[in-house]
Write a protein that binds this ligand. Structure first.
Ligand code: CIZ
Length: 314
């Protein structure tokens, strides 16, 4: 595969240019639910990180352009070691994933030699490689329930998701890492109380990474992952929803349900890493086949195990 596109055409729109480049590169575009609307609109698939990585395993495309953040492209590379995975901006990282390193897990495990490490999908490949089970926000409760009740669990890195899992499973023997997503932490209980009063008929959906979870869990009608929310708003008879997660998700919700009304619990809940990707960067990325995210084989083989364990459970 040559690295540069040699012939330059003139296109009426950037969307047409991306479509032509995609064809030329035999590429597909995967966009996370938190991407800006115009990226979601040109994507072949939009979804949560696991669903997108699973889509990547099913495609015949030679190139996977993953528009999301770095750990998501790593997950796609772990599950599709033979495909070329590229991202539009290599600096688009994840603050939550950066709050735990493989050496932190090794040190923690040394103090809890019988502990089982359960890592949220929002972790680097190196952290997954040190873990026993992976989980997503939609299956964390199920994954933890499947682990023998007398085994201590070391849950990383999200404190709020871990708190939710503890509450749902009633297990006391779960140690929580104190990581958090700065975007979800911005969603405050005081804002929620105000919006609920302003929209008394709206259903309130909360993501388990929310910082207000410990104080306001009782106010939520549902606590769900992004894909859970996307499905739920389609099926619910309610006409109005308050959504407590990164605001990018509202684009897909509104597009899929034009007659329903979606209100962000906090308009400030915008992940600047997610928003680093743009249509212009996608053009460059497809033209130059950059920036490649490739997890080395030995690391990918170890990081795949906790993901596969999770997939056998759910
Ligand atoms: O796994 C994902 O995509 C994230 C970060 C959240 C979710 O709930 O889907």
């Amino acid at each position: 595969m040559t690295n540069k596109i040699m012939t330059k055409h003139i296109y009426n729109t950037i969307q047409e240019e991306i479509a032509a480049l995609k064809k030329e590169r035999k590429a597909i575009i995967l966009a996370h639910n938190y991407q800006v609307g115009e990226i979601q609109d040109i994507a072949d698939f939009t979804g949560d990180s696991l669903r997108l990585a699973q889509e990547a395993t099913k495609t015949d495309a030679e190139v996977i352009l993953f528009s999301g953040v770095h750990f998501m492209a790593e997950t796609a590379s772990i599950l599709c070691p033979d495909k070329k995975v590229i991202v539009p901006d290599i600096e688009a990282g994840c603050s939550l994933a950066d709050m735990i390193r493989p050496e932190d897990i090794r040190r923690w495990k040394a103090g809890h030699p019988d502990g089982i490490v359960v890592c949220y999908v929002n972790t680097s490949a190196a952290v997954k490689a040190e873990s026993d089970y992976c989980c997503t926000s939609s299956n964390a409760v199920e994954v933890v329930k499947s682990i023998s009740a007398n085994r201590e669990i070391l849950f990383v890195p999200d404190f709020f998701l871990g708190t939710y899992v503890k509450q749902q499973t009633g297990r006391e023997n779960i140690e929580l890492w104190k990581g958090y997503c700065p975007t979800h932490v911005m969603i405050q209980s005081s804002e929620i109380e105000k919006i609920r009063t302003e929209h008394p008929k709206a259903e309130f959906l909360m993501h388990p990474e929310c910082g207000c979870l410990t104080k306001s869990m009782h106010l939520a009608d549902r606590i769900m992952s992004t894909e859970g929310m996307i499905r739920y708003v389609k099926e619910s008879r309610a006409e109005e929803f308050i959504i407590a997660t990164e605001t990018g998700i509202l684009h897909r919700m509104q597009k899929d349900n034009p007659k329903k009304n979606f209100i962000p619990a906090s308009p400030q809940a915008v992940c600047h890493y997610m928003k680093m990707n743009t249509l212009e960067k996608i053009v460059q990325s497809l033209e130059n086949l950059e920036y490649e995210v490739k997890v080395p084989k030995e690391l990918a083989d170890r990081a795949r195990k906790p993901i596969e364990r999770m997939l056998t459970i759910v």
